[in-house]
Design a protein. Structure first.
Length: 536
């Protein structure tokens, strides 16, 4: 009997196997796992670490290594060193570390899922002796000198002591004579005393931390043999005016002893000393100059430079100069009864205060125009007080000190705003004044009142060497549509000349609180400025 073959059981078996295969779950993949060993071979700048990748997490490890930082939980984005791929053990040497520093370290491994880390471990690099330099020597005398050092690094351990040590033998140490000059890093200065004249010494800066003592480079010097008075010369007088002069000198040698004071002495008698009038100017050797004021016009003075050290007072050769002659100071009174101080400067006699009259010389009143719009359309004489005496400006705080502000039409009016025998200066007369005071770059300083009682700080360069005593009365401006607006009391002073600049302007001079030189220019005739008169 022939057996029949049936295909159905075979097909059923194949179908069952397919279903089982498709239903099988795929294995879960994770980031790698790792361990880290203890640090070995620790020095001041390097360390050795070992690690092991214990599992790749089901995905090949494409990078592994060590990462480190001074922060917690370092990652490869901080600092790292790689060591191949795959699982297993490896060793890495970390170099270029800072001495005396605590670091945190982890092993890391990267696969397609992410980055796995070992636990964190910590180590500290070793400290070293400090790093320093020795400063150059200075102020060398018969028995002393000055030096010091600069601690560039504490080596990772706090500085305990620092200073300099010295000896007559090379490479001195702290076993020799030394100074003690504080703690910490940075620059320090040391005074070396008790030395023997005419002796060669060797010196080094030193510093100590917990590791030990380090030294800077060696310097050498020789103390002076003898002490003496300073040597100096007296500079010839310059910029001589009626009341001022520039004096000076040059200390060419300190006599092996520090010059603690120097300057000039002067008197109207021969051979002045420090018992006469003196002007001190600094210390040490070198050239110096001094602005001297408050002199008497037409007077002969004798002057010597002086310098003081531990051996006494030395003088330069005697020089002589004569202040410019003139009638000196005086007063003049205007039609209002205001009394003004005057000063002779060269061949001219000037008012030493700003004009404050409210009348022309013939008694006619000068219009006091307070309205800004009205002021801006004037083509005849007028005056005002700064801010029209508002905002705390009154006859005590403004008028009596700074005077009035006049337009150019008042300054040149034929009825004359100046006292009898006086007039508003021409531009040429202003030039004569500034030329006498050594030109525009020097004149501003010599014209301005000193100090900051009236001028705003810094009142640059002010010496008032001329006695002119210029004050910053500000101005009333028409420029750029500032119709009748007041500006800059305490900052600037502007004074009219009687000289026309153009059809709409007149010449004026200006002084400033923050500039030493003198300014000259053309200003709108309607502007308000101060007036100083000069004697006919």
């Amino acid at each position: 009997m022939k057996t029949k073959f049936s295909i159905f059981p075979v097909l059923f078996a194949v179908l069952l196997l397919s279903i089982l295969f498709c239903c099988k779950k795929e294995a879960i993949k994770t980031a790698p796992t790792a361990t880290i060993s203890e640090a070995t071979n620790i020095t001041s700048t390097k360390v050795t670490y070992g690690g092991e990748i214990t599992s790749d997490g089901g995905s090949p490890v494409t990078e592994r290594g060590i990462c480190w930082s001074t922060k917690q939980n370092p990652s490869p984005t901080d600092n790292k060193i790689t060591s191949g791929t795959g699982t297993g053990s490896f060793t890495c040497s970390i170099t270029g570390l800072d001495f005396g520093t605590i670091y945190n370290v982890r092993v890391y491994a990267i696969n397609a899922v992410g980055t796995g880390f070992s636990s964190q471990t910590t180590f500290s690099t070793l400290s070293i002796v400090p790093i320093l330099t020795t400063n150059e020597l200075s102020a060398i005398s018969t028995a002393s000198a000055s030096s010091g050092g600069n601690i560039l690094s504490d080596g990772g351990s706090p500085i305990i002591v620092r200073g300099v040590c010295w000896s007559t033998s090379q490479n001195p140490t702290i076993a020799n004579t030394k100074t003690t000059d504080g703690v910490g890093i940075g620059n320090f200065t040391s005074s070396i005393t008790g030395l023997t004249p005419g002796t060669t010494y060797y010196i080094r800066a030193y510093t100590t931390n917990s590791v030990g003592t380090a030294y800077g480079s060696q310097q050498t010097f020789t103390t002076s043999l003898t002490l003496s008075l300073a040597t100096l010369t007296t500079t010839a007088a310059s910029n001589i005016t009626t009341v001022g002069v520039i004096l000076g000198g040059n200390v060419t040698s300190d006599g092996n002893a520090t010059v603690t004071e120097r300057g000039v002495v002067y008197a109207t008698t021969l051979t002045p000393t420090t018992a006469n009038t003196k002007v001190s100017y600094g210390t040490g050797i070198g050239s110096f100059t001094s602005n001297v004021t408050g002199l008497t016009a037409g007077t002969v003075y004798y002057v010597r430079a002086y310098a003081i050290n531990s051996q006494g007072t030395a003088y330069g050769s005697q020089q002589t100069f004569t202040t410019i002659a003139g009638s000196g100071t005086g007063t003049v009174t205007d039609i209002d009864g205001n009394v003004y101080n005057t000063i002779t400067i060269g061949t001219q006699v000037w008012m030493a205060e700003n004009l404050k009259t409210t009348k022309y010389r013939n008694g006619d009143p000068i219009p006091n125009v307070t309205d800004d719009d009205a002021w801006s359309f004037l083509n005849t004489g007028a005056y005002c007080w700064y801010n029209n005496m508002l905002q705390n400006y009154d006859t005590t705080t403004y008028k009596a000190t700074y005077g009035g502000l006049y337009n150019w039409y008042a300054a040149i009016d034929s009825r004359n705003i100046a006292p009898v025998g006086w007039h508003v200066p021409t531009d040429a007369e202003w030039t004569t004044l500034t030329t006498f005071l050594d030109g525009v770059m020097a004149a501003g300083s010599k014209l301005k009142e000193t100090g900051t009682s009236h001028w705003q700080s810094p009142n640059t360069g002010a010496t008032n060497a001329s006695g002119f005593t210029a004050l910053p009365g500000g101005y009333r401006d028409l420029h750029e549509y500032r119709v009748g607006t007041f500006f800059d009391v305490g900052k600037t002073g502007h004074w009219w000349s009687s000289t026309e600049g153009s059809g709409t302007s007149g010449w004026f001079i200006s002084l400033y609180y923050d500039i030493a030189y003198y300014g000259r220019g053309g200003r709108d005739k309607r502007d308000g400025g101060s007036v100083r008169c000069v004697k006919d």
